[in-house]
Design a protein around this ligand. Structure first.
Ligand code: ATP
Ligand code: MG
Length: 180
């Protein structure tokens, strides 16, 4: 499974619909300071369900919506979609392409969609569980994250290994059934 492309519209500095295609192998994003490189990784984190505005380098969640510039009016909606190639069945869903979308309106209301069908945040979290891709997954290594892992508490390091070994979904199911 791999990330084929990302479509960003009205999110942070991406006022217009912007689609970035990724090939297999390594992609590097280069550009001057403030040109929006980190906004791309923020977009990925955000679709995967990031709830902390601070992690997204903002004060409140609707700060992710394009706020306008000297030349452009603000917009009312931010939307990001990840297009994933799932031909190897890495994601537990019967589609060879999976599109995960999140949108937010100025009212602060967030919507999540899997293949254009509305779903809950929980469904998105469930879809990526044990794949290393979730917002806390090891496939998104932010600035300072390596230090945090190396100097972190043993429990946090254990959580990372559990995700890598694919047992998080069983733990989650166990906790869920113990609640009932
Ligand atoms: P650096 O090389 O310094 O890390 P970068 O390429 O990672 O820079 P980003 O941090 O991704 O740059 O982008 C910052 C830019 O995004 C700033 O110019 C900021 O004004 C703009 N920006 C962030 N949020 C919004 C928003 N809601 N509306 C409009 N522009 C925004
Ligand atoms: Mg940056």
């Amino acid at each position: 499974m791999f990330l084929k492309s990302i479509e960003i519209r009205g999110f942070k500095s991406f006022a217009d619909k912007t689609k970035l295609d990724f090939r297999k192998g390594i992609t590097a994003v280069v550009g001057p300071n403030g040109s929006g490189k980190s906004n791309i990784s923020d977009a990925v984190r955000w679709v995967l369900g990031e709830q902390s505005a601070r992690t997204l380098r903002g004060g409140k969640m609707d700060d992710v919506i394009f706020a306008g510039t000297q030349f452009r009016k603000p917009v009312g909606l931010a939307q990001v979609s990840l297009f994933l190639d799932n031909s190897d069945g890495g994601l537990p869903i019967e589609y060879s392409e999976v599109v995960v979308t999140r949108r937010i309106y100025r009212s602060g209301e967030s919507e999540y969609l899997i293949n254009n069908r509305q779903c809950r945040l929980k469904d998105i979290v469930g879809l990526f569980m044990d794949t290393g891709i979730g917002k806390e997954g090891y496939s998104l290594i932010g600035q300072g994250k390596i230090d945090a892992i190396l100097n972190g508490k043993p429990e946090d390091r254990r959580a990372l290994l559990e995700e890598a070994s694919g047992i998080v979904k069983y733990k989650a199911r166990k906790e869920e059934s113990e609640k009932k």
